[in-house]
Design a protein around this ligand. Structure first.
Ligand code: APR
Length: 373
């Protein structure tokens, strides 16, 4: 059980539907109004306790730790034009983020519990980790607004790429290319990169929050549009519960908003307790335990979440450095094979695609080459 307490922020504004701006009043509202159409909107914060770093947390977030790559913007790793120039950093990350290595969190099981109770209208996620599916949520209830690793295709001819091939490539940190001979384009998972359109399923479901009788927002900074607008589509008078480390978006501005600031797993356990669902939630989460023997290990002194996250982020950055290192060694071999002078200050003649000779890692981050010329 998480030891951090989550605090309910009781703003001064009197609620118009709830008796009070707290979890107990939300539980009462659910029971008294026969609530059946809950929309849930989540981000990376519901997966951090599984060991997957989020993006913007100051120390452990992915973007804070990719800064060492000296990218113009850490988000470049998920930018489609950057990916076209150099897919290596993304595939170094993909190896670590690829589904199958992580267990769903209590927050994922809480969403599954809402589904099992017939209360879930739709679950909107920005996450690409497929942990909602792994927690047993049925695909027709999920809108993966930023896509996911579930499928992949060529970015040029859009030909789908076989799953097992993709798993092999990602596992070996290799960049997959289209199997259509005359194409050979780069293959990318169906994740929405910056500069790409969101999937049809998002726009088809975007009017559902208006039909909701309760909205739960969890583990997101609500900093990326159009996803960030979803909570505002709920009708006035429909309670909105935010379970997040800090206040985000416009949440808290409406009289029936309830802010449960703190850890997601602690917050959903508080929600379940107010509803009398504690046992069901723990039992559901237990079912996600991949290895029964691990149960004993569960009692072993756990690393703190930050320690686990720190390890995960260290592993991520080592992986990328290794990929870059491989690039260096690879270049050295190519120079030797071509009988070229070694790299000390000499151009290695590898064209960064910018029409100039490049040195060092330029072909890994060609746009940096231009910047540092
Ligand atoms: N409990 C509660 N809140 C948490 C936890 C936790 N265990 N861990 C992180 N958070 C909070 C953070 O404080 C932050 O407010 O979750 C939020 C995560 O925000 P981001 O890192 O910005 O992640 P997200 O909102 O999912 O990002 C949206 O940005 O880069 C793009 O496509 C990417 O889908 C992603 C989008």
């Amino acid at each position: 059980m998480g030891n951090e307490e989550s605090t309910v922020v009781d703003d001064s504004t009197r609620p118009s539907v709830l008796e009070a701006r707290n979890m107990e009043a939300v539980a009462k509202y659910i029971q008294q109004h026969d609530v059946k159409r809950i929309v849930v909107m989540v981000g990376a914060g519901i997966s951090t306790s599984a060991g997957i770093p989020d993006f913007r947390s100051p120390d452990t977030g992915l973007y804070a730790n990719l800064a060492f790559l000296d990218l113009e913007e850490p988000e470049d790793v998920f930018d489609i034009s950057f990916f076209r120039e150099n897919p290596k950093p993304f595939y170094a990350l993909a190896k670590e983020l690829y589904p199958g290595r992580y267990r769903p969190t209590v927050a994922h099981s809480f969403i599954k519990l809402l589904y099992d109770k017939g209360l879930l209208l739709k679950h909107f996620t920005q996450n690409i980790d497929c942990l909602e599916r792994q927690a047993g949520l049925s695909g027709d209830k999920i809108v993966e607004a930023h896509g996911s690793f579930a499928t992949q295709r060529c970015i040029e001819c859009k030909t789908p790429y076989p799953d097992e091939e993709m798993q092999k490539k990602v596992h070996h940190g290799e960049v997959p290319h289209c199997l259509v001979p005359q194409c050979n384009g780069l293959v990318k998972p169906d994740i929405v990169f910056f500069g790409e359109a969101l999937p049809e399923s998002f726009f088809r479901s975007r009017d559902l929050p208006e039909q909701a009788d309760l909205c739960i927002v969890m583990g997101t900074s609500l900093s990326v549009q159009p996803f960030a607008s979803l909570p505002s589509f709920c009708r006035e008078g429909v309670p909105r519960v935010l379970i997040n480390m800090q206040r985000v978006g416009g949440l808290g501005s409406r009289p029936d908003d309830v802010l449960l600031l703190g850890d997601c797993d602690v917050g959903v356990r508080k929600f379940a307790k107010a509803m009398g669902w504690e046992e069901e939630l723990e039992a559901l989460w237990e079912q996600t335990n991949p290895d029964p023997k691990a149960r004993e290990a569960e009692n072993a002194p756990l690393q703190s979440r930050d320690e686990r996250l720190r390890d995960e982020v260290d592993r991520l950055t080592e992986d990328i450095e290794r990929t870059l290192g491989l690039t260096d060694a690879y270049q050295q071999r190519v120079r030797e094979r071509l009988g070229e002078p070694s790299k000390q200050g000499q151009s290695n003649g590898v064209d960064s695609g910018a029409g100039e000779e490049s040195t060092g890692l330029d072909h890994v981050f060609p746009h940096l080459a231009r910047k540092f010329r």
